[in-house]
Design a protein around this ligand. Structure first.
Ligand code: NI
Length: 163
């Protein structure tokens, strides 16, 4: 495994749509393992392949505490419910935080690293993270969906929640 460089704001790759994964081979597994290691090293909640320079529909999400990250290949949201508005950030946009509205609950259909199809449902932070990472796969960054930016002060005090 290896830690890969995370692409940051200004790189065109973050605005391009990803192609589907067709080969579920050792090379894919290597990439996923590297993404998991990169996510852990960066202490992030999720990471999408374009963030490590690969335009493929792959993301990893720290969905369940104490468990290995969720691996989503060719994911698609098939159901969503409710809404939540909260602070959101991105490893490709260090020190930037924005207020973003997302569904409260989503169900995603995806393939695992062997190509087997499965479904996963997540709520609150996990739902937010799934939506954020799936957006990356379409070339959409969270700032595009931001209601407004948050200052460090607002973030730390939580004052944005009161408005
Ligand atoms: Ni992101």
């Amino acid at each position: 495994m290896a830690i890969r460089n995370i692409v940051t704001e200004g790189d065109d790759i973050l605005t391009k749509p990803c192609r589907k994964v067709e080969k579920f081979d050792a090379r894919l597994h290597q990439l996923i393992d590297d993404m998991i290691e990169t996510l852990a090293a960066a202490q992030g909640a999720g990471l999408a392949a374009p963030q490590v320079g690969v335009l493929r529909q792959i993301c990893v999400i720290d969905a369940v505490e104490g468990e290995a990250p969720l691996e989503l290949i060719n994911p698609e949201i098939i159901a969503q419910k409710g809404s939540q508005t909260d602070a959101e950030g991105c490893l490709s946009f260090p020190d930037q935080w924005a207020l973003v509205t997302r569904p409260m609950k989503v169900t995603v259909r995806a393939q695992d690293r062997y190509g087997k199809e499965f479904q996963f449902s997540g709520e609150e932070m996990t739902a937010r993270c799934i939506c954020h990472e799936l957006d990356h796969l379409q070339g959409t960054v969270f700032l595009k969906k931001a209601e407004r930016m948050l200052t460090q002060e607002e973030l730390e005090s939580g004052s944005y929640k009161e408005g």
